[in-house]
Design a binder for this molecule. Sequence first.
Ligand code: NAP
Length: 206
Amino acid sequence: MIISFIGSGQVGRTLGDLFAKAGHKVILTNSRGKKSLERTVITLGENVFAGDQSDVRKSDLVVLATPFYAIEELDPSLLEGKIVVDATNYFPDRDGKNDQLISRKTASSRFVSDHFKNARVVKAFNILSVAGLSSLISFEDDSKRKVFPLAGDDVQAKKIVSDLIEQIGFAAYDVGSLDDSLLFQSDSPLFLFSGTLDEWKRRSAS
Ligand SMILES: NC(=O)c1ccc[n+]([C@@H]2O[C@H](COP(=O)([O-])OP(=O)(O)OC[C@H]3O[C@@H](n4cnc5c(N)ncnc54)[C@H](OP(=O)(O)O)[C@@H]3O)[C@@H](O)[C@H]2O)c1
């Protein structure tokens, strides 16, 4: 697949590197333009390229990896029809007060999906700090892998994102619709959980 990142900081660079190693072509973009990413892509290997919005439009899948406040600055038509992985987290102190989000009446990924109206949004990869991610990778069977939960309304898009999670050495767990992503967004007790699927199920049942 061709996978683009909107936002190429800690998340974009770390996941971009892992997706490239899994055999995908990765395009990194940011707000400052292609040239500002030239050095970054050199350090990330041959499957990673610097790009711009025209590359995003040609991608099979797009990862949102900006601060949450930047979402509304992005042109919704950019992601029309695309599978979009929402890796962002909403933090009121950083991203600004929004009563609907703070009260959990609206899941942060629902807000993202409402902005990118015709995108196929899947929330994933938001739960763990990318700083220690490489030490959690395992290619053993699913029961021994760390879990990455995902949620979304588009079954086919979720299957593609689940495969991506498995390809980089984690176990994918579909928790349900985009509204169900409240379960693992940044204000949830399960945020930052780093265990296996069995441990996740025990923890979420308690
Ligand atoms: N860090 C983690 O461990 C982690 C883990 C999971 C999820 N998250 C979430 O993932 C998101 C990204 O986190 P991060 O730590 O990678 O942040 P970061 O290191 O600060 O990187 C943010 C990136 O977003 C870009 N950006 C900002 N505004 C933009 C815009 N309007 N258009 C295009 N690009 C824009 C920045 O590029 P410019 O500098 O050119 O503006 C930068 O490349 C956040 O929502 C965070 O909460 C973080």
